[in-house]
Ligand binder design. Sequence first.
Ligand SMILES: N[C@@H](Cc1ccc(O)cc1)C(=O)O
Length: 412
Amino acid sequence: MTSSYIVNGAGNGTYPRLEIANLMQDEYQFSLFMQAMSRIQSQDYQPKPASWQEIGGIHGLPYTRWSGDPQGPDDDQDPQGWGGYCYHASVLFPPWHRVLLLLVEQAVCTEARNIVSAIGQNSNVGADEQAQWNDAATKLRFPYWDWSATSVQTTGLPAIFETPSVDVRGPGGTKITLDNPIRTYNFNPIPDGATNEDIAGMQVNFQDWTRTYRWATNQGDQTDDNVQELNKALEDGVDIQDVDFTSDAKIRQKLGRIFSFPQSAPQELWSTYWDYFSNTSPQSAAPPDAATIAPIEEPHNWVHLTIGGDGDMAFNDLAGFDPIFYFHHCNVDRLYALWEYVYPDYWLGQGYYDDSGNLVQYVDPAGTYQEVAGTPLTESSPLAPFRKSDSEYWTSADVRGLQPGQGRNKCA
Ligand SMILES: N[C@@H](Cc1ccc(O)cc1)C(=O)O
């Protein structure tokens, strides 16, 4: 049997994830990041579990096993329910996506180190320059896009996400021109199960579209991103039939409410507050301030819709293929880390307390590829398909918190 692809993050010590604009200031890191992204998106990239096609396919479609977990089940365990691996509307929403980010970061940083090793063979590269590349490969982390910055209201989506080609620094002062790997992903192949449909009067053609789109313009061969419409949605919001593409100002306002939790709630409400922070469909009874707090998942959903329009990011099934998904989730993960720092006690643990003081377990609301709906969820539930060893999956407890003593947080 082929072995599992063990997820252990970027490696090489602890370095900050940078905002995309800051990453671009570092020519060496930015070059390695963009080259590594291009390479993992190429056809037949090896190792296969670290290829974009495979990583992108974990979240939603295709409803098949990720090649990094060959010991996982062969089939969708709950064909009536959700068929991807991701958790939404669930207490596991923040930690599951945290581990997905460890995987994509590992794939990119590993490839960046491969690029730097090859530079080491290049006789036009002197010792000083080699040291710069080595340093960049050590420090590189997956960048985030701060959609919560006020500048987004006026400048919209940063241009780097839309420019068709990008020049980066090559070895020995050369220039490398890349098809921009963070603008779109070219499917290889289009995921099984992708459909063409009419959604709120917008025709989406996922079964035919050979690449990811944001606010896809028209159809057939003419399809492209409609950045103007995307930016209009970010700046002012757009309503199409019943779908609300929320403006960035409203998204930011909603985000503020995730930091309006009470500072020191009684212990029996700790898990309830996690429930009301982590997801849009809490299972515990509403705490006293339910009307003023908000879950991180909600502004997160709005960003998906506003960036995607009638394109991939707006659909759980396909969002994971658009490169911007991971910049968005890196920002969500950053906000989640800040929240953990402010509210270190609030945590799902083993469940919540009901009115009679009984401990009640959360359950998986929708099922996943690996799990049937109704399965109990605790801090020890496996976050499939991510393995921390051949015999164990990562758990939420493993990736909990920034405070000393919380979780085991061993990801360097
Ligand atoms: N389905 C979410 C938005 C969303 C889209 C894609 C995702 O991966 C996640 C969330 C909503 O309608 O609010």
